[in-house]
Design a protein around this ligand. Sequence first.
Ligand code: F6R
Length: 369
Amino acid sequence: EKGGYRHFMLKEIMEQPRVLRDCMRGRLDPLSGKVTLGGLMPALDRLAKARRIIICGCGTSWHAALVGEYLIETLAKIPVEVEYASEFRYRNPVLFKDDVVIVISQSGETADTLEAVRVAKKHGCLCVGIVNIVGSSIARETDAGIYLHIGPEIGVASTKAFTGQVMALSMFTLVLAVQTGALLQDEANRLGLELAEIPDKIARMLNEDTLNKIQNMASTYRYAHNFLYLGRGTNFPVALEGALKLKEISYIHAEGYAAAEMKHGPIALIDEMMPVVILAPKSDVIYEKVKSGVQEVVARKGSVVIITDEGNHDLDDLAEFVIETPITSEYFSAMITGIPLQLLAYYIADYRGCEIDTPRNLAKSVTVE
Ligand code: F6R
């Protein structure tokens, strides 16, 4: 059942190309790039007229929501707020009837997220679910939705669900952006074709060389007590997610930060004992600034891991390790750059002899409040 892998987590990381194809099947036409989402049809008109979109989730699903905020605001031009479901439900949010609430949940059973649905509906808002488990409570109580179709996720640490959630949000954004008129159908289709290529790009990245390199990195850093992850734009939530994975399964303290925030505080932590993982795609509009951030870390004897575009050797001299990732549009890169971080957490936890699929104190779905 683990498909020959030692842990569900590794199986679920490695099957991401296949499950992303499942997620797109019948929705994204691979020839034209056009996206159609059946489960959204009844809600599309109201969605496009939304005054504001609020996305709620917990943990990894909240990180996917942050990627969604970036996508929807940039491409569909609707203002978006992201909230922890637990905060949203308890703070009497000001909601209008023309607000739309999107909830994201792999299990569809997270208590706080389910309660966020009820709060939204009490205020008369349209509520859309992005859920993996078919027929789950959240799927049943939302007005419309998108299923991930990525198959069951058994490992407690969420991996393919994050990537699937970002894929669902990407397709959602393209449909919405055409409906609002922010994108022409042709422009959306071009981005759709870019999306269609993501699974093959991930498959290409997951080769023996990459796995060996990440394993090697994990062996080098297995005794670290702290890690810092930095990224900006859609890679900021990827940094948060990378840090969460490491905490959950290897019990190493880690923090994710927006890259430019480092100089406002966390830089004080950096010394030779502190590995810093920096997401630095060259397509980044402020790549040069991110690069100078790398130099600042190195100047303080920090050990730097760079995740960057294939063929970019610009940072080889500064970094201890460079992981090259296939290039895609900056909108969609989270689906690719997140994966080396999942693997890094996995291999470090394995070196440390941790119970990877059932980490201490964690449950797969948090149905208590
Ligand atoms: C992280 C993780 C948790 C869940 C969170 C929400 O690896 O598994 O942070 O992401 O409990 O769960 P769902 O998405 O089922 O609502």
